[in-house]
Design a protein around this ligand. Structure first.
Ligand SMILES: [Zn+2]
Length: 260
């Protein structure tokens, strides 16, 4: 992945800079290698300055590349619908769990870009609380079933419903009341019969295609009430999207690494 390889390069340059700094400023370090406390003067060698400039340039390019990826993804998303419901995920918690691989992809800047462009186009973005809704653990029958993140399929032990977890979450998010940020399970149940096949098709297509993007044919009865639902607003290559007659669902799973 492009962003990842740049990150490696940056770390390599950073290590070079650290070595340079140690070599040129031996008096600023304790015998055990840690930096001495108190005020110090740091001398920067020409070589250090050169490497630092190289590093800045790669970081600048990486930021520009990331921005263009985000822009592309935002446009793709808004092509499906302008009214977006998505889980308010904690980027901080992701960073805690997955470290820097999340941080340098800037999911929060993706979110704010999506919000800005959707609102410019006259749409809305609702970010609802995951704690209140717990969509990934919720079944249509009302059963709450905890899953580990590696468990990608929801298979209810009570009613037997089987669906890719992100697709199910995206479907359920359609029935989040924007005011209360709670799920109306009854409405979700009512809508399920007409939707299940499309969602299954989406799951099927999603796992067959190398791009992992699935779009089922748009129904001719489609109306203008287009919604886009994301179970997780972070981009990654294993994205799956499902298009149905009045609802568009896109979901991404939040495991670390690449952005396609
Ligand atoms: Zn169930």
């Amino acid at each position: 992945m492009e962003l990842d390889s740049k990150q490696k390069e940056i770390r390599k340059l950073q290590r070079k800079m650290d070595r340079q700094r140690r070599a040129v400023n031996p008096n600023n370090f304790n015998p055990n290698g840690t930096v001495k406390k108190g005020k110090k003067h740091w001398h920067q060698s020409n070589r250090y300055k050169k490497i630092a400039a190289q590093k800045r340039e790669i970081e600048r390019k990486q930021a520009a590349y990331r921005k263009s990826l985000h822009g592309h993804l935002v446009n793709q998303t808004l092509n499906l619908g302008k009214n977006i419901k998505t889980e308010k995920v904690s980027v901080k918690a992701w960073q805690k769990n997955y470290g820097k691989s999340i941080g340098f992809k800037s999911p929060s800047s993706f979110q704010s870009e999506l919000k800005r462009k959707a609102e410019n186009a006259g749409g809305t973005v609702l970010m609802f609380s995951t704690r209140k809704t717990a969509l990934s653990q919720t079944c249509l029958c009302g059963n709450k079933q905890k899953k580990s993140l590696s468990q990608r399929v929801h298979h209810c032990s009570i009613c037997g419903l089987k669906m890719q977890r992100d697709i199910l979450s995206a479907y359920l998010s359609r029935y989040i009341d924007p005011k209360t940020e709670t799920l109306s399970i009854q409405l979700a149940r009512n809508g399920w019969l007409g939707m299940e096949q499309s969602l299954l098709d989406g799951w099927q297509n999603g796992s067959n295609q190398s791009t992992r993007t699935a779009v089922s044919p748009k129904s001719p009865t489609s109306n203008s009430g287009i919604e886009l639902m994301c179970s997780n607003p972070i981009a990654r290559k294993e994205s799956e999207s499902v298009r149905t007659n009045e609802t568009h669902a896109v979901s991404w799973n939040p495991l670390p690494l690449g952005m396609g």
